[in-house]
Design a protein around this ligand. Structure first.
Ligand code: GAL
Length: 357
């Protein structure tokens, strides 16, 4: 995590504004819609934390694809640097834009972004990396579109429970050593990211709630990154070998990195010679991800990845664009497809995804 204090000092600060009261109605939201761009094409800045992240790359494309003609959207990639993103936003604000759509590099960086946008009177829609509630409350023209990480952890656990037969007292043959405990490796995303923390906690919590015993052999932080997961899982595969009955990954990219290394180290053979890799092969080991990347869907079809939980960037992109249209005075609040919670949050559901022949 980068230190956001330095950034805070260099950006203007002023007194805190009151948060919107909880449960505020769409009617109240409408009062905040701006009509400033009524004359020309609205100018919108789309700020991505890092296009090297495949989920974010897909997400950015979905937002651009969902934008109606007549929206001038300028996209920026911060290459995983909050100071770079701050500079991009600062320069863009000089162009007097109508709206900022921001995927912050560091969720704590949202504080300075909100302060800066408020000084310039430009509303902000955050997505994917949720600012702290206290920062969201700094100004009443700040929104967040995202998915609840708690749901993804729970759904991931459901997929595993189903695979192991659904009965905690009698696990099926995927419990290779027959001890009624699932021996697992965990690949965690970036420390401090709401999705990494909550997904890891909730997947384990869900097993516990359903009385499934899971032994975490090891947990590695691989920062959402495929190459890092590929590197970091290597020694774990060597250390634990066939004791590993499950690999839980906080996202698909890391799951795919793990699978490449597993394949390279001799996992996933078509042992029964039926021409496909599938769970009937004795050394097939379930790997579960989250996101629903195209590459993950492909790996599911090929039999390497057991399943994923779709982190629906298309629906979130549509919600962001509808909200943008509303904020720019081009859509009525009542015509938003998604519900706005607490006056500023739009939540999109995760959905499980496994192979369906
Ligand atoms: C998560 C996603 C990860 C990563 C991260 C970046 O929601 O599951 O793959 O892209 O966002 O903030």
């Amino acid at each position: 995590m980068r230190n956001s204090t330095v950034i805070r000092e260099s950006w203007p600060t002023s007194g805190r504004l009151a948060a919107w009261p909880a449960g505020v109605l769409i009617a109240a939201l409408m009062a905040l819609a701006v009509a400033g761009c009524a004359g020309g094409d609205p100018l919108v800045g789309l700020f991505l934390y890092n296009e090297a992240d495949p989920y974010i790359l897909e997400f950015g494309r979905q937002i651009l694809g969902a934008a109606p003609s007549g929206f001038a959207i300028k996209k920026f990639d911060a290459a995983n640097s909050q100071p770079i993103q701050n500079e991009q936003i600062d320069n863009f604000l000089d162009r007097r834009p109508d709206l900022l759509v921001v995927n912050p590099v560091d969720r704590l960086g949202a504080y300075a972004i909100i302060q800066r946008a408020r000084s310039a009177a430009v509303p902000v829609v955050f997505f994917n990396r949720e600012p702290l509630a206290a920062d969201m409350a700094l100004w009443d023209r700040v929104w967040y579109v995202g998915a609840k990480a708690i749901q993804s952890g729970r759904l991931q656990a459901e997929l595993v429970i189903k695979l192991f037969g659904g009965d905690p007292a009698h696990l099926n043959a995927f419990d290779r050593n027959g001890d009624n405990v699932i021996q697992a490796l965990i690949l965690k995303g970036e420390q401090g990211h709401q999705d990494a923390e909550i997904r890891t906690r909730e997947v384990l919590h869900s097993f516990e709630e359903r009385a499934f015993r899971v032994e975490v052999l090891a947990l590695e932080i691989a920062n959402w990154n495929q190459a890092e997961a590929y590197e970091k899982i290597h020694h774990l595969l060597r250390q634990y070998q066939s004791a590993i009955e499950l690999v839980i990954s906080n996202n698909d990219a890391m799951a795919l990195g793990a699978i490449s290394r597993m394949r390279q180290n001799g996992w996933f053979n078509d042992a029964d010679g039926n021409g496909v890799i599938d769970s009937r092969d004795p050394d097939w080991t379930p790997v579960v991800g989250i996101d629903g990347l195209r590459a993950a869907e492909q790996a599911i079809t090929e039999g390497y990845l057991y399943g994923t939980v779709k982190n629906d960037s298309l629906s979130m992109a549509l919600a962001i664009i509808e909200l943008a249209e509303f904020l720019l005075g081009r859509r009525s609040g009542s015509s938003l497809s998604a519900t706005v919670e607490d006056g500023r949050y739009i939540w999109v559901d995760y959905t499980p995804y496994v192979y369906q022949p």
